[in-house]
Every structure is written in structure tokens, then in C-alpha cells.
Design a protein around this ligand. Structure first.
Ligand code: HPA
Ligand code: ZN
Length: 340
């Protein structure tokens, strides 16, 4: 496994069925079924909203700091198996505070999990607070204010949930406030929404990374802007396949075109418990489709490290690990990881 950075994973989307069942029992919560296979069979979607409906229903089992800590620790343990050395992890506080779970419980539990993961696996975790776009701009700003007492526990803000009908410009105030706090800014755009959503994320929100962004391909000027400004795009192939936002055959996925056109693309897992697997499964599927070989996988891993919010020293250390891996497997050193 190439050492790399995971930049697009929703912690609530890592809730695997066994943990879902255990937390439901521990917290006395009724699920639609307690049959593991039936729960798994709910993971058949034809669009983003189908998935989100199940995702919000399942995350109701998360109630205590211990629950959030266990969820995080389970994810970090699994991520290390995919070569992940740095993880910038999304969380959706509004999906919890709206159910009466205090912000302190959410952030406290997740932070505790990150501290334990660092100790146990040497993985470097960080949190990105995402606003739920279907709840609107005023709720986003209020959520940020509610989280600012825990400012040191997260590195940035993001934007997720139902895309079409909720364009990035609705969230200008929240993102402006985040920037004033020195928080990093990313946004989901161009997953189901068109290239205009990506333009707004860049030019209205000041997004430093675009999550998904696959519909950028429909706009040559936007592709040129992403390349010229070197804006990283975090691509999630198994998610796109599961939500039918890209062709089922990954040989026809936009990723290779984006890569060949010189965009800073990297591969990520989005909601691995729902979409068929973690970073390793995404890479394996791309390999099976003939889209990725050792050399390209190395470039994608190095792009992920370059696109992370690590400082110069942190990136340098991971690039050194990437060079050592290239040597160990006899692959070329990825261009961004060449010693500097
Ligand atoms: N897209 C938008 N919102 C989300 C997703 C996603 O894939 N996962 C969790 N929230
Ligand atoms: Zn996502």
C-alpha cells in the first residue's frame, strides 16, 4: 500500500453494520431490522438522496462520547490498512445536535478517538466540520458559532448533504466567518450539481479543495481554471458508482481524464460502509478497470499528500515514506514526491 492521505471521508459514513447493531442495542434504539444482511441490503441507491436517507437514519445510534470515540477509532484502525498516514475527516454536527446530542459530546468523542488512533496506529487525524446544505445558510452560521468554543479541535469547514437546489452561494456568510477564524475551507460541488456549483464554491466560498468535482469535465473553462489555480479535487470512484453519478464501468469514470488534463486529483472513500469499501477497495476497483497501475497509484497518493492541509514538514515526511515505498516495490518515484 502506498502511504497516503485520506481527504474525503465522512466519519458517519464509516458506521459498519456490526457497530451499528452494537450501538443500537447499547442505546436501546430500534432499527428498521436487526438482521445484518437486511441492513446491508439497504445499501442499494439510485441517487444521492436515497443514500442520505439511510445514512441519517443509521447515525441516530450515535449518542454518547464513547459512541463517537469508538466510531473514530474503528475507522482509523481500518484506514491504516489502506496505507493512510494522515486523515482529514468530515463530520456532520447538525445531524447530531438536531437530535439533542450536544456539540461537546460530538467533538469530544471524535477528538478522543483521534488521540487514541494516533497513539495506537501512528495515524495523524484531523477534523473538518461540514455544514448540511439542506438546512440552509443561517443554520450553518449558527452551527459554526456553536462549535467555535472547540475551535482547536477542527482544522476547517466543508459543505455536504443534498446538493441540487442548495448552491454554495447560500453559505457565503458561514464560510466568510470560518475564514476569519483561520479555518481551512473545502466544499462538495459538482457531484450531482453542475459546473456552476463548482464555480461558486471557488469564487464565492473561497474553497481550497473541491470534493467530488466530477461534473467539472462538462466545462472546459472550469477545467482550465482548476488546473491553473492548482485546486485539488478529491474523487471518490466507488461512491460515484454507488450513487450513479458516474458510469458503472470505472473504465469510463472521469478520473483518468482529469488526471491526464493535469488536475491535482486524488482518490478517496467518501462513505466506505455504504459504497463498497475503503481506499484500498477504491484502488483495487480502478486497477481492475485498467485505469490505474503502480505508477499512477503512486502519483495519486502523492497528490493526496500534496493536497492535504499538512504543513511543509508533515508533507516532507510523508513524501519520504512514499519514496521509500516506490523503491521497495520498484515503481517510479511520483513527481510530487521527488526529494526537495
Ligand atoms: N455527498 C454529499 N453529502 C454527503 C455525502 C456525499 O457523498 N456523504 C455524506 N454526506
Ligand atoms: Zn462526500
Amino acid at each position: 500500500m502506498w502511504p497516503t492521505a485520506e481527504l474525503h471521508v465522512h466519519i458517519e459514513g464509516t458506521l459498519e453494520v456490526p457497530l451499528l447493531l452494537r450501538l443500537a442495542e447499547r442505546n436501546g434504539i430500534d432499527l428498521p431490522t436487526t438482521d445484518a444482511d437486511r441492513l446491508r441490503s439497504r445499501c442499494s441507491f439510485s441517487r444521492l438522496q436515497d443514500f442520505l436517507d439511510v445514512y441519517y437514519e443509521h447515525l441516530d445510534v450515535l449518542r454518547t462520547e464513547q459512541d463517537f470515540c469508538e466510531l473514530m477509532l474503528a475507522y482509523l484502525a481500518r484506514a491504516t490498512e489502506s496505507g493512510v498516514r494522515r486523515a482529514e475527516i468530515f463530520f456532520d454536527p447538525q445531524s447530531h445536535t438536531a437530535r439533542g446530542v450536544p456539540m461537546a459530546v460530538v467533538i469530544g468523542g471524535l477528538s478522543d478517538g483521534i488521540a487514541r488512533g494516533r497513539e495506537a496506529y501512528g495515524i495523524d487525524g484531523a477534523l473538518i466540520l461540514c455544514f448540511l446544505r439542506h438546512l440552509g445558510g443561517a443554520a450553518a452560521l449558527a452551527t459554526l458559532e456553536e462549535a467555535l468554543p472547540y475551535r482547536d479541535a477542527f482544522i476547517g469547514v466543508g459543505l455536504d448533504s443534498s446538493e441540487v437546489g442548495f448552491p454554495p452561494s447560500l453559505f457565503a456568510d458561514a464560510f466568510q466567518r470560518a475564514a476569519a477564524e483561520g479555518l481551512r475551507r473545502v466544499a462538495h460541488a459538482g457531484e450531482e450539481g453542475g459546473p456552476d456549483y463548482v464555480w461558486e464554491a471557488l469564487d464565492v466560498l473561497g474553497a481550497e479543495r473541491i470534493d467530488h468535482g466530477i461534473r467539472a469535465l462538462e466545462d472546459a473553462e472550469l477545467m482550465a481554471a482548476l488546473r491553473r489555480r492548482a485546486v485539488p479535487v478529491t474523487v471518490c470512484p466507488l461512491s460515484n458508482r454507488a450513487l450513479r453519478t458516474a458510469p458503472h464501468d470505472l473504465a469510463e469514470h472521469p478520473l483518468p481524464v482529469m488526471f491526464d488534463e493535469g488536475l491535482v486529483v486524488s482518490v478517496h472513500s467518501d462513505d466506505p460502509a455504504y459504497f463498497g469499501g475503503y481506499l484500498d477497495a477504491n484502488m483495487a476497483a480502478l486497477r481492475d478497470a485498467g485505469v490505474v497501475d503502480d505508477a499512477v497509484e503512486g502519483e495519486l497518493a502523492a497528490n493526496a499528500v500534496a493536497s492535504s492541509f499538512l504543513g511543509t514538514e508533515g508533507k516532507r515526511a510523508l513524501f519520504a515514506e512514499i519514496r521509500a515505498h516506490a523503491e521497495a516495490i520498484g515503481a517510479p518515484v511520483p513527481s510530487r514526491a521527488v526529494a526537495g
